[in-house]
Ligand binder design. Structure first.
Ligand SMILES: C[S@@+](CC[C@H](N)C(=O)[O-])C[C@H]1O[C@@H](n2cnc3c(N)ncnc32)[C@H](O)[C@@H]1O
Length: 241
């Protein structure tokens, strides 16, 4: 009679020990099935985009023409990189003349013509580094940032809204006059103070739900068009002495 093996392989399993198939939670199985059957996932593969998110930007652009005159673009929360792929193409960005800067705390595989910052956008050094990297005044700031999910819907919501607000503040500090700001938000989630601030600074502010954004998702996009520009700094008060 042969003896059961006792030595172990590189994975720590005993040689000959059967590998149990990991049991998927029904919600995970549903996600995988939906992903495999998703026409946008299949289209992204065919057209060479890294994510189905590409079609959200393209769809918004079809209607609102935000990419048409963009010469420099900043992409916040860019991994895996499909929006940056589009940004590099529309700006004719090259390694010799970089016109797109992207940031994410997740790694992004190199994209020709895109300066990638592997950093948290909330890090105090991020705004200056982005401006330095894009090589001039951007005329489009994109943010598809979503906070990592905790499982607690309200917390996730608040964190993503915070990212949207910080991105909007950044946009009004860096955009060229006439530029646009597009950011991920949630249905019913945009705070009045944020909307008011955007309405003061842009000629048009709208919410959009692209068809390629899953209908069961509460994701929406906030588009602020035609930045009015920054007021010149007030001259410092004269000292009478
Ligand atoms: C929906 S994905 C972006 C997809 C991307 N637009 C594309 O087309 O490939 C959202 C990204 O936001 C990033 N993110 C979330 N919070 C961030 C932060 N504080 N700083 C940088 N990136 C962040 C996440 O790591 C994630 O990769």
């Amino acid at each position: 009679m042969s003896k059961a093996p006792t030595s172990t392989n590189r994975t720590g399993r005993k040689i000959g020990q059967k590998v149990k198939k990991a049991k998927l939670k029904p919600s995970s199985r549903r996600w995988i099935e939906r992903h495999i059957n998703d026409p946008y996932v299949q289209r992204a593969k065919l057209e060479g985009y890294r994510a189905r998110a590409a079609f959200k930007l393209l769809e918004i652009n079809d209607k609102h023409q935000i990419l048409k005159d963009a010469r420099r673009i900043i992409d916040l929360g860019a991994a895996p990189g499909s929006w940056s792929q589009i940004a590099a193409k529309v700006t004719d960005s090259t390694e010799d003349d970089i016109r797109v800067a992207a940031i994410d705390f997740l790694e992004i595989e190199a994209i020709p013509g895109v300066k990638i910052l592997h950093l948290d956008f909330l890090d105090p050094s991020a705004p200056d580094l982005l401006i330095e990297s894009v090589g001039g005044t951007p005329d489009l700031v994109l943010s598809d940032m979503a906070a990592p999910t905790t499982g607690h819907q309200k917390t996730d919501h608040i964190r993503t809204m915070h990212l949207c607000e910080v991105a909007a503040d950044f946009a009004v500090q860096v955009l060229a006059e006439g530029g646009h700001f597009l950011a991920k938000t949630f249905q019913g989630g945009t705070e009045k103070t944020l909307l008011d601030m955007l309405k003061q600074n842009f000629k048009q502010v709208i919410h959009i739900k692209p068809a390629s954004s899953r209908s069961e998702s509460v994701e929406m996009f906030l588009l602020a068009k035609h930045f009015k520009g920054r007021k010149p700094a007030e001259p410092a008060a004269q000292d009478d002495h």
